[in-house]
Design a protein around this ligand. Structure first.
Ligand code: SF4
Length: 349
């Protein structure tokens, strides 16, 4: 706490008392670095200053504002939880740990953070930063991602919690892990906990915390088909239950290997469905765009296809959009990269 008093990072949501804004910031910061989340928090706060504004917004609007932040289920859950608060709780943010935990997209970590920051309730936050500090300081070798590890660390964190000041205590623990006892090159030489720190005293800092699982990443190859006709292109809304649900995309062909042969694209289902026997020509295939996610590596190629003006299209389930209007829709990051990279938002083919 003494370290925190001197070293804490000035962030707009610190010291915030409004549970709605605290909740908003915590959801934005799940799996997101503070520097990346900060501008999003500011934009959401400006556009939706309270839970009523958020509940009334359309999902497309929220997804658009969330665009680029990733893990889009957070945005969908945020919206649904706002509607639940307005419709079921009369706009009153839940003021108990259990009530907060009932909100969609809120797990034990986020519930503890909101309960302690907004309501001063004695619940310890245990995130990756806290795991690291506890594991090093006490020299605990139990894997932090094992069920026994999670239980053990949660118990220690709860026992250590300054019950009369749970909010500042939690914030101090998280900040200490995020900025001082960092994953790589922690500042041990200037650390106020140095003399009591087991890992430092035993020379085991770089070995702690221990992790059990190594995540295997799956390779996926996406081929996006961009059909151009009279300045329009066709897009579709993703409905499948995955991280891009309810975002827009171009008709997609997914293969288990990279492809440069145009005939594969011509014979693909999206091409056949939209064009049938109508004539069209591939005008350009992009360089591969890559994105590494937690469980998968995506490689995307974008195929620009010029459709003759007379061609009759079967565009069932697809939306025709003028190219200059593409920026109004929320796309997965990798599509945004392509559009931005090529300055194609405004280019009419
Ligand atoms: S001495 Fe090093 S490892 Fe130990 S708590 Fe401080 S920064 Fe972390």
């Amino acid at each position: 706490m003494a370290w925190f008093a001197q070293s804490h990072r000035p962030l707009p949501w610190k010291g915030e008392a409004d549970p709605y804004l605290i909740w908003l910031s915590e959801i934005i910061l799940q799996q997101t670095r503070v520097e990346q989340g900060l501008p999003y928090f500011e934009r959401f706060r400006a556009q939706y200053p309270d839970v009523y504004h958020l509940a009334e917004a359309s999902e497309d609007e929220i997804m658009k504002l969330w665009e680029g932040l990733g893990y889009y289920s957070r945005a969908r859950n945020l919206h649904q939880a706002a509607q639940y608060i307005v419709q079921e709780l009369g706009g009153q943010f839940p003021a108990t740990y259990e009530g907060i935990l009932r909100l969609k997209g809120v797990g034990p970590y986020t519930a503890a953070a909101i309960a302690s920051f907004a309501f001063g309730l004695p619940y310890a936050v245990v995130d990756g930063n806290v795991f690291r500090v506890l594991s090093r300081f006490f020299g605990i070798e139990t894997a932090v991602d094992s069920s026994s590890g999670k239980k053990q660390f949660a118990e220690i964190a709860q026992a250590l919690l300054a019950k009369e000041q749970p909010g500042p205590h939690n914030q101090a623990m998280m900040d200490f892990g995020a900025t001082h006892c960092t994953p790589r090159a922690p500042s041990c030489s200037t650390c106020p906990l140095q003399t009591g720190c087991h890992a430092f005293q035993q020379g085991r800092v770089e070995y702690l915390p221990v992790k059990e699982k190594k995540i295997e990443k799956k390779n996926r190859f996406f081929h996006y088909l961009i059909f151009n006709q009279r300045g329009q292109v066709w897009i579709q809304k993703r409905v499948g239950k995955d991280i891009w649900k309810h975002l827009y995309e171009f008709p997609l062909l997914e293969l288990n290997q990279p492809v440069s042969d145009e005939t594969v694209i011509r014979n693909s289902a999206p091409w056949q469905q939209l064009l049938g026997k109508s004539s069209a020509k591939v005008s350009q295939a992009s360089r591969p765009f890559s994105q590494v996610l937690t469980h998968q590596k995506i490689q995307a190629t974008f195929w620009e296809i010029n459709v003759t003006d007379e061609a009759a299209l079967n565009s069932e389930g697809l939306l025709a959009v003028k190219r200059e209007n593409l920026s109004k829709f929320a796309f997965p990051k990798i599509i945004d990269w392509y559009l931005t990279d090529n300055s194609l938002y405004l280019k009419l083919l």
